[in-house]
Design a protein around this ligand. Structure first.
Ligand SMILES: Nc1nc2c(c(=O)[nH]1)N[C@H]1C(S)=C(S)[C@@H](COP(=O)(O)O)O[C@H]1N2
Ligand SMILES: [Mo]
Length: 407
């Protein structure tokens, strides 16, 4: 007899459900009428080109981060790369009509390049470069810092393709009094006001002229996703990602430190000298963040994993630094009393994150934390606990920790 509790679900509906889930529903024809798929009810809101598995911190402006266990790939897939917007992204982008202006008081000329001219007039290059938001890890600060409560996921490393910023700046000509560059993007201020920029930051001229500093149009050999700055963005390894301007329309060569939106006050600045947690710091005692600190992330397993006592636990992750390379990677299972070595890969190029692996043995059943600690070639290493408190909660490079239960 026909089970009349089940009604026939139309093939077209099944197909659209399968698309939303991203895979075929194997026994789809048996789904009881009116029942919601668990897999769909668990999903969060979706953004163009971004996985539904990312964590949404804010949707206006869009700020979404990547859970640590989804950063296990050697190069972060485009749909898993975090998004940090300060304003509203541009719409109706036509890459064929996109242009980039270079000007400013320390530019020897004013030039405007179409995207196609950039691609054909300058040497095309690719580097694997880690971008990390200066506020990554902010959630841990106490007293708490206002702003997006990033946990560990405002970071990713991808293959960027584009041209060297220095080649383009040299083509325009750099006057001898140049000290800084600033960027302007096509996004708009949250208020909608055309007179205000969402963000307009920059870097010292020496940083702009580094061989890895680039103007990029591709991420992992594909167009940069809309939310990550399509069709053109700056990429500066080792500096807070806020310097890497998205939807890039204009670069100014400045004879002074760039004074655009979010360059002043306490934005992307930390106290020039350490202060007590919660202290009030005067603006003149705040310094612009330049090099980011050494850091690492355990991307496998997911925190909370269980394992049997007779098994070894494989762990894996990445480490990055603004220095030349990471030279030592260690882990601890006893809250930092003893450290054991991980295997560590070589760096593809400066600013690419490096991968580590180890097999962990546990002495008895119970709760453990696995901590990871990176050290770079200059001897910089990660603190076990939260580093210097600062009013805006930047530069938290404390060791990443995951919980493991041994059964
Ligand atoms: N035009 C523009 N560029 C921008 C931003 C922005 O809001 N607008 N955000 C900055 C900040 S604070 C960060 S951390 C990075 C984030 O890059 P992503 O969104 O590609 O991850 O872009 C930077 N570049
Ligand atoms: Mo950022």
């Amino acid at each position: 007899m026909i089970n009349n509790r089940r009604k026939f679900i139309k093939q077209s509906l099944l197909a659209s459900l399968a698309t939303s889930l991203g895979s075929n529903i194997v026994f789809g024809k048996n789904i009881p009428f009116g029942m919601e798929l668990v897999g769909l009810s668990e999903t969060t809101s979706s953004f163009p080109g971004k996985s539904e598995l990312l964590s949404v911190l804010n949707d206006r402006p869009i700020n979404i981060e990547t859970p640590a266990h989804l950063l296990n790939d050697k190069l972060t897939p485009n749909d898993l790369f975090f998004v940090r917007n300060n304003g509203i992204p541009p719409v109706n982008i036509d890459p064929n009509k996109w242009s980039l202006e270079i000007s400013g008081e320390s530019a020897a000329s004013n030039k405007t390049y179409s995207l196609n001219e950039l691609k054909s007039n300058f040497e095309n290059i690719s580097y694997n470069i880690t971008l990390e938001c200066g506020g990554n890890g902010r959630k841990e600060f106490n007293p708490p810092a206002k702003g997006n409560q990033w946990t560990t996921g405002a970071v990713g490393c991808v293959k960027w393709t584009g041209v060297r910023l220095k080649d383009v700046l040299n083509d325009v000509g750099i006057k001898s009094d140049a000290v800084y560059i600033g960027y302007y993007g096509a996004d708009s201020h949250l208020s909608g006001s055309p007179d205000k920029d969402a963000i307009s930051r920059g870097v010292p001229i020496a940083k702009a002229l580094e061989k890895e500093s680039m103007i990029a149009w591709a991420m992992n050999d594909q167009d940069i996703p809309l939310l990550n700055g399509h069709p053109l963005r700056l990429v500066f390894g080792g500096y807070p990602a806020s310097c890497s301007g998205k939807w890039l329309k204009k670069i100014v060569i400045r004879d002074q430190v760039h004074d655009g939106q979010k360059m002043k006050g306490s934005s992307y600045r930390t106290p020039c000298k350490p202060v007590a947690p919660g202290a009030k710091v005067n603006e003149e005692d705040m310094c612009i963040i330049e090099n980011m600190p050494v850091k690492s992330l355990i991307s496998y397993p997911k925190t909370g994993a269980t394992i049997n006592l007779d098994q070894q636990l494989p762990i894996a992750g990445h480490a990055w630094t603004s220095s030349k390379e990471i030279t030592k990677m260690e882990y601890s299972i006893d809250f930092g009393m003893n450290w054991l070595a991980c295997r560590l890969s070589k760096s593809d190029n400066k600013y690419a994150w490096q991968h580590f692996e180890a097999e962990v043995n546990f002495p008895e059943k119970g709760y453990y934390e696995v901590w990871a600690r990176a050290t770079d070639i200059d001897g910089n290493t990660q603190p076990m606990l939260l580093p210097g408190w600062n009013p805006k909660g930047y530069l938290n490079n404390a060791c990443h920790r995951i919980a493991i239960k041994v059964l």
